[in-house]
Design a protein around this ligand. Structure first.
Ligand code: ARG
Length: 387
């Protein structure tokens, strides 16, 4: 079933184009959001007098039974050949309640629908990312507390510079990830507005109570401009940027631990559960978990670049290019969440060797600055020693 077949007399679309066009393989994961938006919208149509109460009841029951079907069948999407999830919902609803299903399309378009679904998805994803970030923050705090007093060399240019506390080092990452959690919150607040009612680009003539619709769907407010909101993906960019930056922080942390766990340093050792061996060299223990956090960061940074490129040449309002936002968004959110969860586990199970850090601290004139400062206190000018 196509939602737009009306003006096309015969079918005969090229199967290659159909495959090229479809987004069901990705947007099927929006199904619960799509059902929620549709259910709330049916009630709104009822209140606007566009549907009779009996029609509202019938459509609502149909949508509920679709939700049950999806919940009960984990493989519900297998073998489906719909163009996208919105098409699947409408087609399946028609199978459920008959032609009346087509009334669902009154005053709305897939353009305001998909924008609403994706905003709901973004808001939920942000909550999950925040809780994963929070858990990593907790892991950092736990280890900092446990190892309070352990001294290590601090580095600049990867050269031993001055002694620092290991807890101080860990809490540097605490600051970074705390900023990431805050950034996600700001992104959530900006994503928190309702597109429904914007139609394809210019709204509709039905008196939809959008304030009430927003409230029922848990949106903080109603989008003001229909041209903007149907083609606005700023919130996707911001969310993917927040992911890319959080991963950039994790990637630096991973790089540090890779260095600190190498035999030349030996400050820390990764748990076996997060390491791999070598098929050729039996003595090897590789920190692949950390390398992959570093590696996947590159992919998510690429997703951000692809999104910005996607948007830069789009004339107002909706263009089909926008369908490509989901590949970037889903991948960024999934990868970041996995990386955060993995990082927390690596952090909690990391073996730390404070005596080796201390030995390295005592090795290389790390207190030279303190010595110079003591001389200054005794009247020598700081630059006298050529420092
Ligand atoms: N699958 C499309 C997307 O994700 C849905 C919107 C399609 N709209 C249209 N007018 N063709 O963007």
């Amino acid at each position: 079933m196509k939602l737009w077949g009306g003006r096309f007399a015969r079918g005969g679309r090229d199967p290659l184009f159909e495959k090229f066009c479809e987004s069901f393989s990705l947007d099927q994961r929006l199904v619960h959001y799509d059902l929620s938006v549709n259910q709330a919208y049916v009630r709104a149509l009822g209140r606007a007098g566009a549907l009779r109460p009996a029609e509202v009841r019938r459509l609502t029951r149909g949508l509920e039974s679709l939700r049950r079907h999806v919940e009960r069948h984990p493989h519900w999407a297998r073998g489906v050949s719909s163009e996208d999830v919105h098409t699947w919902v409408e087609g399946r609803l028609e199978g459920e309640v008959g032609e009346i299903a087509r009334k669902l399309r009154t005053g709305r378009s897939r353009n305001d629908l998909v924008a609403s679904d994706v905003r709901l998805f973004a808001k939920d994803s942000i909550r999950r990312l925040q809780s994963a970030a929070l858990d990593f923050l907790k892991a950092l705090l736990e280890r900092a507390r446990e190892l309070l007093g352990a001294v290590m060399p601090g580095y600049t240019h990867l050269q031993p510079a001055q002694p620092v506390l290991f807890s101080h080092y860990l809490l540097a990452y605490f600051e970074m990830l705390l900023r990431d959690a805050g950034r996600l919150e700001e992104c959530r607040a900006r994503a928190d507005e309702l597109p429904m009612g914007a139609g394809a680009l210019a709204g509709s003539s039905f008196p939809i109570d959008r304030q009430r619709l927003a409230k029922e769907l848990g949106f903080a407010r109603v989008a003001r401009n229909s041209l903007d909101v149907t083609s606005d993906r700023d919130f996707v960019c911001e969310l993917v940027f927040s992911c890319a930056l959080a991963l950039t922080h994790l990637s630096r942390w991973a790089e540090d631990l890779l260095i600190f766990s190498s035999p030349g340093f030996g400050y820390v050792e990764l748990a076996e559960a997060y390491s791999t061996g070598s098929s050729l060299m039996p003595q090897k223990k590789n920190a692949d978990s950390l390398e992959l956090i570093r590696g996947k960061t590159a992919r998510v940074a690429g997703r951000l670049a692809s999104l910005v490129a996607l948007l830069k040449g789009l004339p107002l309002a909706y263009n089909r290019d926008l369908q490509e936002d989901k590949a970037a968004l889903f991948d960024a959110v999934d990868t970041t969440r996995d990386a955060l969860e993995l990082a927390a586990r690596v952090m909690r199970t990391l073996t730390v060797y404070p005596e080796r850090m201390k030995a390295a601290t005592l090795e290389g004139f790390l207190t030279a600055t303190d010595l110079a400062e003591e001389l200054v206190r005794r009247g020598v000018s700081f630059a006298a020693g050529g420092m």
